[in-house]
Each structure stands twice: as C-alpha cells, then as structure tokens.
Design a protein around this ligand. Sequence first.
Ligand SMILES: Cc1ncc(COP(=O)(O)O)c(C=O)c1O
Length: 422
Amino acid sequence: MSVDTQTIKEQALADFSKYISPMKVRTMKAAGLDIIEDWREGATICDITGKKYIDCQTGSGIMNVGRHNREIVEALKKALDTYDIGVFLLCSKQKADLAKRLAEITPGDLACTVFGVGGGEANDAAIKIARGYTMKKEIIYAQRAYHGHTGFALSAIGRDAYKEPFEPLMPGFIQVPFGDFEAVRGAVTDDTAAIILEPVQGEGGIHVPPDDYLPAVRRLCDEHEICLILDEIQTGFARTGRMFACEHWGVVPDIMTVAKSLGGGIYPISATIFKEEIQDFFIPHPFIHLSTFGGSDLGCIVGLAVIDYIEKNGLAEHADRMGMRFQTGFDRLLKDHPDLLLEVRRKGLMMGLQYTNESIGPRLTKKLADRSIIAIYTGNDPSICRFMPPLVITEEEVDMVLNALEDSMKELSGESGLGKND
Ligand SMILES: Cc1ncc(COP(=O)(O)O)c(C=O)c1O
C-alpha cells in the first residue's frame, strides 16, 4: 500500500467524519468497512489503497447490472453529447420511450408511469395516487416494511425507530404482520385505499411470504376495491430470478414502484407504474404530482439501457442459477455451523442469513471484510446479514464468497462469547 493512497484515505475519512457523520465513520471502522471506493467493475470494487472486495451489499440492490457497467456508462456518455436532464413540464421522447418499455416488461395491465428520482418518492406518489383514485384514506402496511424516508413512505415503514422522532406522521396508516393474510383481512375497512407491501421484504431481513399470501391479498383487494401497491424497488429488475418478484406468484398489482437498479448504479431514476384505469384520476389533475428531476431525459436513457442489458444478458436466469449455487453452499454451512446459522431465506440473489444471535452479524461482517467480502448485517436486526451481489456475479466469485463465509464461521466458532447478545 503506498503511503500516498493511505494518506488520501485517512484524510477522506477524517473529512467525512467532520463534515458528514462521525458515527458513520466509527461504525464502518468497527465493521472493517472503512473503505473509500476507487474503481468498480462487475461484482468487484477496489479500495483506494488497492484492496479488492466482492460487493454483496450493492446499496441494497442498486447494482443489478454490475458495478460501473460499461454499456450503461457508454449509453450515458453518448446521451451527454446531445442532451441534458430536459424540462420536466415538457413532453419528452425519452420519458415516453421508457414509460412504454416499462408497460411492456411489467406484468399484466400495468400501463402508465409517473417518474421520480428515488424510491421513497415513488412510494409517496403511489400512496397519493391510491388515495386520490379511490377517494379513501387508509393505508395498510406491514411490520418490518421499508418503503423509504419521505413523507408518505416513512409513515408506511414498519420500524418505529425510524419514525418516532418525527411524529405525528401521516394519519390513516395501519400496521399488520407481514405474511399473515388473516391480519390483513382483519384490518380492511370501508375506508381502505391501499395495501402496500414488498413482495419479499428487504431491509426487514429478507422475508419471503408464504406462497398463498400475495394471491390472497390480491383477491382481497379486488373484493373491496382497494389498490394493491407492490414496492419492487429492491426486488425488481431480475433480483429474485424473475424480472419482477410478483411474477413468482402470478400477482399483478394496481400500482408498482421501482427505483434502485433502474438507474444501473449510474443515474438515479424511479417510477410509479399503474393500471390504465387509474389514469382517470390524473385527467382533471395532470400536474398534481411533480418532480423536477424525476424521469430526466438522461435517467430515462439509462433506464432503457439497463432494461436492454438485463434482457440481453439473461440476468434473471443467471440470478436464479447463481442463487442456487449459493444455496448449495449455505446448506453446507447450515449443517456445519448450527451454532451460528439458524436459517437461510432466499429468492434468487436476494439472500438473508439468519444467525443464532445478534452478536454474530457485526462479528461476521468484520471477518468477511477482512476476507475481501462486503456483506452487512441489517440495521433492523444485527442477527441477519443480507447478501445482494450484482446479478452479473460469476460462479468463481460465488465460490469465493462461500469460502470466505466458511472460513469466517470456522474462526468465529473457535472464539468465545457465542450465544451472547453482546
Ligand atoms: C423496498 C424499498 N422501498 C423503498 C426504498 C427507498 O428508496 P430510496 O432510498 O431510493 O428512497 C428502499 C431503499 O432501500 C427499499 O429497499
């Protein structure tokens, strides 16, 4: 490691600590993840000092097409020769092209799009549209849900710690346990506008619902004229082995939100996609939901390139195959380390390891970082570690992650203090 890069790194960390967040720097140092990213490619990133890592965190799934994907970068570079972000009040060919493409690739009769920049904003728009369209007020959401930190979305987060300092939040939000159909049915009233769910909960710790859950919720929504909002912000764009996770259960929502990987890790963009009949709400109010940077011309060009890349390279099928390869290794770890590993929850390359107690998440995260793997325990529950590598991860890289996990677990098993939530 040259002195120069180490000095640059220390200065960057010191400045980050002083001008952004000292606690973030402290937490990352403790986790062995005080990395200053330099170059990035595929599933790999390189710290400024030259140490390489396999990225199994990927901003919770924003890099499905891989880190710094060259085809997406080239699409953006080419676009920059001619375009800027565009004027959001004008009609734009780029917006029209991406909205049309989203209508084509999303399941069923999802047809129209409102663009945004980030995921929380897309969910805000979804909830607004559901209330505006149904003229009802109540929103049912799930425990452990994560929908973003903006106004309406924050009200639908199923973790009190994110919400309590900011109360009172939006009224009319009702929380139910995730995966429990009777609980949802019991919460429905004549004033229910929408049920908002992640098809597989991400931030909450990778929770896959029972197979009959989403179809039953769909039927319930039909019976009571409730909008089903599916938040595919983390699950979308091939992450779970299908283009959208709801396809696993043959369920079509009334409103779907996407963000994260639509921007290819290169340019932020989000979309709230809804059925054509919901467009009725916008007829008298075409300017009721606005976002200056939402669906910028550049972002739309990137989104189109991302969709092309996913389809052309069969990333959904690849995610399925690599997910199964991971599963074989996880099964071995479950057998060899029952002291550490309780359960594996997985859909495609959306994977969560449930450890036996809360002390293990931070300790294994550190041991994995020492072995060049970035995989971070969830803030919701340190006994869970998420693995969400880029979908372009190779077989060899999958094996490297599994070997690092095995070595880390062996080492941890030999240490004292297991079984304590310390
Ligand atoms: C399922 C889900 N919804 C919404 C969001 C919020 O997205 P953003 O951080 O872009 O606002 C996230 C972010 O992790 C997410 O995982």
